[in-house]
Design a protein around this ligand. Structure first.
Ligand code: PLP
Length: 382
């Protein structure tokens, strides 16, 4: 695998040797996952690359998804859209939440589509576009049951009318978001879908329906085919990760991310030796303890029960996780020595730690695990 990173390096040396800890991103996996998703729907595919591409690197992930057939890109913040534009991506980009007012001019100037939910946001978008003699591309967000953002159903027609009538606005799309698409029981999603369809019918009758209707996230791509409409917005599945415990991805999907490090030191400690802050771990016998240069500042949670792979075996993290470092108990891998690879997420000689397993251990979801890998951990793409 050929590794590149946005951090400059000049030597021909494997860049992995330059870092204490790093993330390896398999772009071919993202491309292949995207292709698999494209084949599952007649709708166009928006690759959601917010939060640095769910921790995978936004620019490289977007390019890989584009190679796999994504034609739209979704982000959460204006600066994420601008970063993609600066990288040369010239395909449509939508900021999925309403953007702060002072960013609107720039978004319009860079041809980024913006989300609006109410008259105030519409007026601000129109003003930003007017000031430069252009049009703001807008998507109207509807709240069908997430209770987060979006126009109320009762306001949909009047808001749509004002989008339609503004000279400085191009009413490009309308969308909603499911609250429970990741659960096996689809009742809530069906109710949301019904509300959404009612509004679409109402807008259709009033000649106000915009060209691009979208609703489905990854889970809904699999669970709710009738919600694909004109475009699906896919995040987690692009990266080869499970949309939820109930919706396992088909076999052809592959996780793209691995998180690795290397043992910095290995030592035999005599019985009764305290390890790390607070000596929360004390050796019972003579034990082989390794030091790994990964800590909570990198995104390894400061909780008990962490495990990593060393020598293709699962070994426990012992004692407190520090900011930059943590310790592992290596009695089951006596041959381990300084310099050996450590896998926090990924594969090693047939052993696997998935983002889902880490999420279970931490009582959270895979999304939070991968988004929680700090920016200081370089993303090496291959
Ligand atoms: C993040 C996001 C998505 C992608 O969700 P996944 O579950 O990762 O597929 C889709 N739509 C909106 C509005 C989002 O914010």
């Amino acid at each position: 695998m050929d590794f590149q990173t946005s951090a400059p390096y000049t030597s021909a040396v494997d860049p992995r040797s330059r870092y204490a800890t790093w993330v390896e991103v398999d772009l071919a996996a993202i491309e292949g996952n995207t292709r698999a998703l494209v084949s599952m729907t007649d709708a166009r595919l928006m690759a959601v690359v917010k939060a640095n591409g769910y921790g995978h690197g936004a620019i490289e992930s977007a390019r890989a998804a584009a190679r796999g057939g994504a034609t739209w890109f979704g982000v959460g913040r204006p600066e994420e859209a601008l970063e993609l534009r600066d990288s040369g991506l010239d395909q449509p980009i939508l900021v999925l939440s309403p953007a702060p007012k002072d960013t609107l001019e720039q978004l319009v100037a860079r041809d980024v589509s913006i989300t609006v939910c109410d008259e105030g946001q519409i007026a601000a978008a129109a003003e930003a576009a007017q000031s430069q003699g252009s049009k703001a591309k807008t998507h109207l967000k509807l709240d069908t049951g997430m209770s987060r953002l979006g126009a109320a159903l009762g306001d949909a027609e009047s808001v749509a009318r004002s989008l339609h009538e503004h000279d400085a606005i191009l009413f490009e799309g309308i969308f909603t978001h499911f609250a429970r698409a990741d659960e096996p029981e689809a009742q809530t999603s069906r109710e949301q879908l019904k509300q959404f369809e009612d509004v679409l019918a109402q807008l259709g009758a009033a000649q106000l329906r915009p060209p691009i209707v979208h609703a489905a996230n990854s889970a809904a791509v699999f669970a709710l085919k009738e919600a694909h409409f004109d475009m699906v917005r896919v995040g987690i599945a692009l990266y080869g990760l499970q949309p939820s415990a109930q919706w396992s991805l088909p076999e052809e999907f592959r996780p793209a991310l691995q998180w690795k490090s290397r043992l910095a030191r290995v030592r035999n400690l005599s019985a009764g030796t305290g390890v790390s802050y607070g000596h929360r771990y004390v050796t019972e016998d003579e034990e082989r303890i390794g030091t790994v240069p990964v800590g909570y500042a990198d995104g390894l949670r400061r909780t008990e029960g962490n495990q990593v792979l060393v020598g293709a075996r699962h070994v426990p993290v012992v004692g407190r996780v520090c900011m930059d470092l943590s310790m592992v108990q290596l009695d089951t891998v006596p041959e381990a020595e300084a310099g050996d690879e450590v896998v926090l997420i990924g594969n090693q000689g047939g052993a696997v730690i998935s983002a889902e397993q880490v999420a279970d251990r931490w009582g959270t979801i895979n999304y939070e695990v991968i988004c929680g890998i700090d920016r200081r951990v370089p993303r090496l793409v291959g």
